[in-house]
Design a protein around this ligand. Structure first.
Ligand SMILES: Cc1cc2nc3c(=O)[nH]c(=O)nc-3n(C[C@H](O)[C@H](O)[C@H](O)COP(=O)(O)OP(=O)(O)OC[C@H]3O[C@@H](n4cnc5c(N)ncnc54)[C@H](O)[C@@H]3O)c2cc1C
Length: 440
């Protein structure tokens, strides 16, 4: 007898695959109690030597595990057009269920600003450990270092009906193996941070077997900028900033939030959550932005404050006063560079000697620090890649494919846009749990 036959095969041991595999095993365990002849076996195939590599680096190692918005309708507003497809799945396993799942397994969660929830230990590894225990206790057979290299599909009903997956080929430590199952769950993730194993294999398989797949592009991703002054501020974080984006000089949209300067450009939640709109704007023309570090003050109020600072420092050199104006220590040197580049005002003159027109120019510049967007950073820096299997082709109440009779799809493989803030992992818990619960 072929020992490579299973009831369910889950491909991909990331966030959604671990949740799905554990859930299948749990459901099977319950079924086994009811019927002693129920012998269900779950196989989890993972390409990497270790499971959950991306999960372990989420939230900068702290893991923003979900977003504590308990009102499902409110929550789903963050998933754009996909929200309307997700209600039923989130009713089965929503935010409250995520809290219960992890807290009942000894992982208390805490809620920070913007309702972002984290493990109280602030360790992504602790989140992973809960899931590893869940799959192991369920008796899931785990094969790591086992990349799936081929999906074998058969037509059913002599080619008139749907297709089914019969088996998958895997090049594991024991050489190439063929594994058979009644049902398959694809949980191979998207295409961001490929060093974690998510290399987009699932997108190719889904396309090959007849699904429509929107090509992945980096979605929650930092922005590359052309401006040297920005790079001089690498490492500085500014809270509660406002940024306005323009196409060919015409204002398009604005956002508020935390901004991080990096050696390649701009990052932080404010930028990550602007990136997919910026991606849409880039083909339309030159995209520029203006950072307003003082969004709570209008131009008049800001100028009044600057006059106050100038009055208190009349005999100082202008460049030595900038530090009293900018919102973060260390920011003055970048602003100083910018001012000298555009020849706005002589920074070596005494404050007393600054003319009114020069002061006004300085005020206008500081309220709208100019940036030219060179593009989006690549998949290697993206939190999530956009794209994935079209939701019309998945029964989102069960995660079951409408094209392949015995296939379920979870997590980043689904074409669902969402911002940062715990929404991605919640999607993994929901889709993993729902697929896992439905597959048996
Ligand atoms: C740096 C970073 C930080 C993030 N922080 C957060 C956060 O704090 N909160 C949040 O909500 N989201 C966060 N995300 C997004 C979140 O991590 C993803 O949405 C989530 O991990 C997707 O889970 P998944 O199960 O779909 O796929 P993945 O976690 O990508 O797992 C897919 C698995 O499939 C395996 N695999 C791929 N191909 C094969 C194959 N051929 N054979 C076998 N196995 C294969 C991979 O090795 C991988 O282990 C972050 C992402 C990144 C990159």
């Amino acid at each position: 007898m072929n020992s490579n036959i299973y009831d369910v095969i889950v491909i991909g041991g990331g966030a959604s695959g671990l949740m799905a595999a554990g859930c299948v095993a749990e459901v099977m365990k319950k079924a086994r109690k009811g019927a002693s002849n129920f012998g269900g076996q779950v196989l989890l195939l993972e390409k990497n030597k270790k499971l959950g590599e991306k999960l372990k680096i989420t939230g900068g190692g702290r893991c923003n595990i979900t977003n504590a918005e308990y009102d499902t309708r409110e929550l789903l507003k963050h998933y754009g057009d996909a929200g309307k497809f997700l209600f039923s799945a989130f009713e089965k396993f929503g935010v409250k269920d995520t809290f219960d799942f992890f807290q009942s397994r000894g992982l208390p969660l805490v809620i920070e600003e913007r309702k972002r929830a984290f493990p109280a230990s602030h360790k992504a590894l602790d989140v992973y450990n809960v899931l590893e225990k869940y799959v192991k206790e369920g008796g899931v057979i785990i094969k790591t270092g086992s990349p799936v290299i081929k999906i074998n599909v058969n037509e059913v009903n002599g080619g008139l009906g749907k297709k089914i997956i019969t088996s998958v080929n895997c090049s594991g430590p024991d050489g190439e193996q063929e594994y058979f199952a009644k049902k398959f769950i694809f949980a191979t993730g998207g295409a961001s941070h490929q060093e974690t194993g998510s290399t987009g294999d699932g997108f190719n398989w889904l396309r090959d077997i007849g699904h429509t797949v929107v090509a992945p592009t980096p979605s929650i991703v930092p922005l590359a900028v052309a401006d040297e002054w920005v790079k001089k501020l690498a490492g500085i974080t500014l809270e509660d900033m406002k940024i306005n984006f323009y196409v060919d000089g015409v204002k398009n949209f604005s956002k508020k939030g935390r901004l991080l300067f990096t050696h390649f450009g701009l990052s932080g939640p404010l930028i990550l959550n602007s990136a997919s709109t910026v991606a849409d704007l880039l083909p339309a023309g030159t995209v520029t932005a203006a950072i307003d570090p003082f969004p709570t003050e209008d131009l008049g109020a800001f100028e009044k404050r600057i006059i106050g600072v100038f009055d208190g420092n009349k005999n100082k050199i202008l460049k030595n006063v900038l530090g009293e104006i900018v919102p973060a220590a260390g920011m003055a040197k970048g602003v100083e560079f910018l001012i000298s580049q555009i020849d706005l005002v002589d920074l070596n003159k005494q404050v007393n000697d600054v003319r009114v027109e020069e002061r006004k120019r300085l005020v206008r510049l500081l309220k709208a620090l100019p940036v030219t967007i060179a593009g989006l950073m690549g998949d290697d820096r993206a939190v999530v890649s956009d794209g994935g299997v079209s939701l019309d082709e998945i029964d989102m109440r069960t995660m079951k494919s409408k094209v392949i009779e015995n296939l379920y799809v979870t997590g980043d493989l689904l074409h669902i846009n969402r911002p940062s803030g715990g929404y991605s992992l919640q999607l993994c818990w929901t889709t993993g749990y729902v697929a896992g619960g439905e597959v048996v």
